[in-house]
Design a protein around this ligand. Structure first.
Ligand code: HEC
Length: 138
């Protein structure tokens, strides 16, 4: 015994109909279709907002880790207790307490025996921010 009316599947929200809709209207106007489909998908997805900022949730990829970079690239020559390094080739940064600009300058100008090109751009900035804000430097 058949149940329900003939058009049993209401097409109100259209979620299942998106591919069909695309085919049907494909040769109308691409821009319009894209817009319509996007609107439909947005309505169907329901809550794509969470975590959409593109900001890495920490750990793996994304923003460079200043502490890790410092420990691996600077720690062999510099002491910084927050990073657990005790190099003694360069000045003790626990004592020096350089601000971020000074650290950046050091990275860029590579004074003395400091190697050039230890870090650039976002990495250099991350190291500088880390050293300047390191606990124990106060
Ligand atoms: C090969 C050893 C070596 C490495 C690696 C090294 N440094 Fe240095 N660094 C030195 C020496 C030596 C000096 C002192 C140079 C001078 O003033 O003649 C120095 C000086 C500095 C200073 C003080 C500059 C000033 O204004 O007096 C800062 C800040 C600094 N280094 C940060 C860093 C950072 C950040 C890194 C990692 C990206 C790093 N260093 C890597 C040897 C090193």
């Amino acid at each position: 015994m058949p149940r329900g009316p003939a058009g049993a599947r209401p097409r109100v929200d259209g979620c299942d109909d998106v591919p069909a809709l695309m085919t049907r209207t494909a040769h109308i106007r691409a821009g319009l279709v894209a817009f319509a489909v996007a609107a439909l998908l947005a309505g169907c997805g329901g809550g794509d907002d969470e975590g959409g900022g593109g900001e890495p949730a920490g750990g793996g990829g994304g923003a460079p880790d200043g502490e890790q970079l410092f420990a691996s690239r600077c720690g062999s020559c510099h002491t910084l207790s927050a990073a657990g390094t005790d190099g003694s080739v360069g000045p003790d940064l626990d004592d020096l307490k350089p601000d971020a600009a000074r650290v950046l300058t050091a990275i860029e100008t590579a004074p003395g025996v400091m190697p050039e090109g230890l870090a650039e751009g976002a990495e250099a900035q991350a190291i500088a921010d880390y050293v300047a804000g390191a606990p124990g430097a106060g």
